[in-house]
Design a protein around this ligand. Structure first.
Ligand code: AMP
Length: 292
């Protein structure tokens, strides 16, 4: 595996493999502190392309809190070893000044999809995400880029950006990878104390409670959200930021769930903010019962 830090060197590599080898290239953007969730994206990328580039860049533009940026876990040596073992061809790990020269003044905003859910609580976050992802796509020019459904809103707005800006890239979504007890893997899980780690399973429990309610025929979005919130309420260390039942495509609030809904959660456990989500599907029999 080759490690590249400079934008021009990354661009030259891309030109060469596309021109000389006619290779299909996949990109997996990350912020490092890798776990099995990231590695599952690499695995998917390998199925879609001849060469895989993984980027590790802790993007300052997407952090709404300096303390979060400063304490974000960084471990490039370990990340490099994991990516090499996973069959990645290039680790792109640019310093900040390469991605954001001091005089940079162009940013990208995906208007409506940036507003709800995390966007309402993290000002500027999705502007930073869209900007860095567009930069990475322009630098690497991959045929495919893989993103996790763990960050559902991010995936939705990247798909929208690719469509709106006529990017020649397939955006592929990857399922959420979880610890055995259900906690969605996240680099921020490293911040949790033992007690907080135990408390953090309340997020997946809340998703499960809502899913069960829907399986039982419930279609009222407020009732479904309340079931999830009440599960979170049983955990003393949890402070929910939002619990939302929204349309999986537009991310706008639903009052009634007809076929599918996204249940999305953001919850503070101590000083760590965790997110999780699940697409809830009304069982076909329930739909029939309802319309009968
Ligand atoms: P991050 O390093 O947190 O910015 O994440 C980089 C990519 O990995 C994003 O596309 C995330 O959605 C994805 N990702 C992070 N955690 C998981 C997970 N538990 N399962 C699947 N994908 C994930």
């Amino acid at each position: 595996m080759r490690t590249i830090e400079q934008v021009t060197a990354m661009q030259a590599w891309g030109r060469e493999v596309r021109g000389r080898d006619h290779a299909r290239v996949a990109l997996v953007p990350t912020m490092g502190a890798l776990h099995d969730g990231h590695l599952s994206l690499v695995e998917i990328a390998r199925h879609h392309a001849d060469r895989v580039v993984a980027s590790v860049f802790v993007n300052p533009a997407q952090f709404d809190r300096t303390d979060d940026f400063e304490r974000y876990p960084r471990d490039l040596e370990r990340d490099g070893a994991l990516l090499a073992a996973a069959g990645v061809d290039v680790l792109f790990a640019p310093p900040t000044v390469e991605m954001y020269p001091p005089d940079a003044q162009t940013f990208v905003t995906v208007e409506d999809l940036s507003q709800p859910l995390c966007g309402a609580h993290r000002p500027g976050h999705f502007r930073g995400v869209a900007t860095v992802v567009l930069k990475l796509l322009n630098i690497v020019q991959p045929n495919v880029a893989v993103f996790g459904e763990k960050d559902y809103q991010q995936l939705a707005l990247i798909r929208r950006m690719a469509r709106d800006l006529h990017l020649e890239v397939d955006i592929v979504g990857a399922p959420i990878v979880r610890e055995v007890d259900g906690l969605a893997m996240s680099s921020r899980n490293r911040h949790l104390s033992a007690a907080e780690r135990a408390a953090a399973i309340c997020l997946s429990r809340a998703l499960g409670a809502a899913e069960q309610l829907m399986a039982g025929g419930e279609r009222d979005a407020a009732t479904i959200a309340a079931a999830a919130a009440s599960e979170l309420g049983r955990e003393r260390l949890a402070r929910p930021e939002y619990v939302a039942v929204v349309d999986p495509d537009t991310l706008q609030p639903l009052t009634t769930v007809f076929e599918r809904a996204l249940l999305a959660l953001a919850v503070w456990i101590g000083s760590t903010r965790l997110i999780d989500n699940r697409v809830l599907a009304a069982p076909a029999s329930g739909r029939e019962r309802r319309s009968a």
